[in-house]
Design a protein around this ligand. Structure first.
Ligand code: AHR
Length: 524
């Protein structure tokens, strides 16, 4: 009886253990430190904060009388979370909102500011409580730079020029003294100026040639008067560029730039592309499976082709790559969450979306010689947000964690790498099994980010640094039990990074990467 029981148990054991632990896919990744590429501009990690839903009101601004802890009306929990991301720049006040924004509505005593309706986004009441001074206070608190999008659609070059004069002029001038009376004698620093937004769409539905004529005037007259911004510190002027794969704006703006005269210039061309796998956005942001996972990740890889295509056109006009490509709206745009105002663009943020963010950041870094700026849409409570607020509660999304893990790549030198990870087919859709990025930071440390797109299988990664001996790899990994895992009020840390460590294995460092994960490691 006893021996037959043991025999039964023994017979059962091998079946259980081999079925549960398939050998992870082995992948070699070799970083080449001898041929560094372009600097991965820190401005690739920029944010976008529009007057849209709770993007500003509730997400950033609660007002000085709020019981929610704040400094001069700006919520302190959000400031602390954003400081950890070292946000290089914040694009404001829109988006579509910017082309109907009149800056004078947002200065002076709060009680006297114009109250209007946000015609673009959900017909919300716009109090203008958050205006220029509040914006600069906010970016000062998080340690970031201003990216102002000026009104080309319903404004004039004069209105935009006067805004810049108000913000940056000497306090002894009429414009500067008005700013001083409103509480800020020192000129502000405006690092980036967007010359309109989506002029081909909500920003005025202009033909490329019509826009070019407008843009030249704004590029001439909208300037900083801040003496600290003379010469190379002058604002970067970002012209409206293409919508996805349409090339009309790219051609027209770059041709105009090539033929420019002394009186005007631009330093960047904008590209907008949202991952939505169809339009209007209809894919769910929660409770989805493998097919939705694969479909949206496949769609996001279009960014690589778009960047290459527009860069190639820019190369024809600007082989020296003086004009940067600024992907100043990107991210996943999904169906509005049930029960929300569809005009507020509220969606959940899943582990899948975090992987998607890492893939886009890798693409921008691979093209760092031309792509020198990018802004995810958007910072708080809107689309692929970093931060979600609900009254006094603040939550970090899986995408936030990717931006935090990628901080070491800000201003790092791009390092080429080779990795043959092959493909994985998920619900009939074929994806690269993995994607990776390597960089050398200013302290001389080498960093590697690896995204394992396989939703089911781990990767056994052998990391090598050509010509050098590696001892360890230390960092963090972001993963969860399912591809649609999200953070919720009840479980705010459901998707959060945990430590990851690799040890020497022969001449490599071996590290196990879980399925559906993003890992960032420092090589030593
Ligand atoms: O990010 C939401 C909107 O998307 C922006 O306002 C607009 O520029 C784009 O179409």
């Amino acid at each position: 009886m006893r021996s037959s029981l043991i025999a039964l148990l023994l017979a059962a054991l091998p079946a259980v253990s081999t079925a549960a632990t398939p050998a992870p896919t082995a992948v070699q990744l070799t970083v080449d430190p001898a041929h560094p590429g372009a600097r991965i501009d820190r401005n690739l990690f920029g944010q976008f904060a529009e007057h849209l839903g709770a993007g500003i009101y509730g997400g950033v601004w609660v007002g000085p009388d709020s019981p929610i802890p704040n400094v001069r009306g700006i919520r302190s929990d959000v400031v602390a979370a954003l400081r950890a991301l070292k946000v290089p720049n914040v694009r404001w006040p829109g988006g579509c909102f910017a082309d109907e924004y009149h800056w004078r509505d947002g200065i002076g005593p709060a009680s006297q500011r114009r109250v209007g309706v946000n015609a673009n986004w959900g017909a919300a009441i716009e109090t203008n409580a958050f205006g220029s001074h509040e914006f600069f206070d906010f970016i000062g608190q998080i340690g970031s730079e201003a990216y102002l999008s000026v009104n080309v659609g319903t404004g004039t070059p004069r209105e935009a020029a006067e805004w810049l004069e108000y913000l940056t002029g000497d306090a002894r001038t009429t414009a500067g003294s008005e700013r001083a009376r409103n509480g800020h004698p020192e000129p502000y620093r405006v690092k980036f100026i967007g010359l309109g937004n989506e002029a081909w769409g909500c920003g005025g539905s202009m033909s490329p040639d019509y826009y070019v004529n407008q843009m030249r005037m704004y590029a001439r007259y909208v300037r900083s008067f801040n003496p600290a911004q003379a010469g190379p510190q002058a604002p970067v002027r970002v012209a409206v560029g293409p919508n996805g794969d349409e090339t009309g704006y790219t051609e027209a703006v770059m041709k105009a730039w090539r033929e420019r005269v002394w009186a005007w210039d631009i330093e960047a061309l904008s590209l907008h592309f949202y991952t939505s796998a169809g339009w209007p956005p209809a894919h769910p942001s929660e409770h989805f499976g493998a097919a939705e996972y694969a479909l949206l990740l496949k769609d996001t890889f279009k960014m690589e082709g778009l960047v290459a295509r527009h860069s190639a056109i820019m190369d024809q006009h600007d082989p020296q790559k003086k004009v940067a490509l600024a992907v100043d709206e990107w991210g996943v745009w999904l169906a509005p969450q049930a029960g929300t105002n569809p005009g507020f663009l509220v969606q959940q943020n899943s582990l899948r979306d975090a992987l998607l963010a890492s893939l886009n950041l890798n693409i921008f870094a691979r093209h760092a010689d031309r792509v020198r700026m990018a802004n995810i849409a958007q910072m708080a409570n809107v689309l692929q947000a970093m931060i979600v607020t609900d009254g006094p509660v603040m939550q970090l999304t899986p995408t936030y964690h990717v931006f935090r893990l990628y901080v070491p790549f800000q201003d790092a030198q791009y390092l080429p790498l080779s990795m043959a990870a092959g493909d994985v087919t998920v619900a009939g859709i074929t994806l690269p099994r993995a994607d990776a990025l390597a960089g050398l930071d200013r302290e001389g440390r080498t960093w590697v980010a690896v995204t394992n797109l396989d939703p089911a299988e781990p990767l056994s990664l052998d990391l090598r640094l050509a010509g050098r001996r590696l001892r360890t790899a230390t960092g963090e990994v972001l993963t969860a039990a399912t591809v649609d895992a999200v953070n919720t009020l009840a479980k705010p840390d459901g998707v959060a990074p945990r430590p990851l460590h690799g040890e020497a294995h022969g001449d490599a460092v071996r590290v196990e990467l879980p399925p559906r994960s993003v890992s960032v490691l420092r090589l030593e």
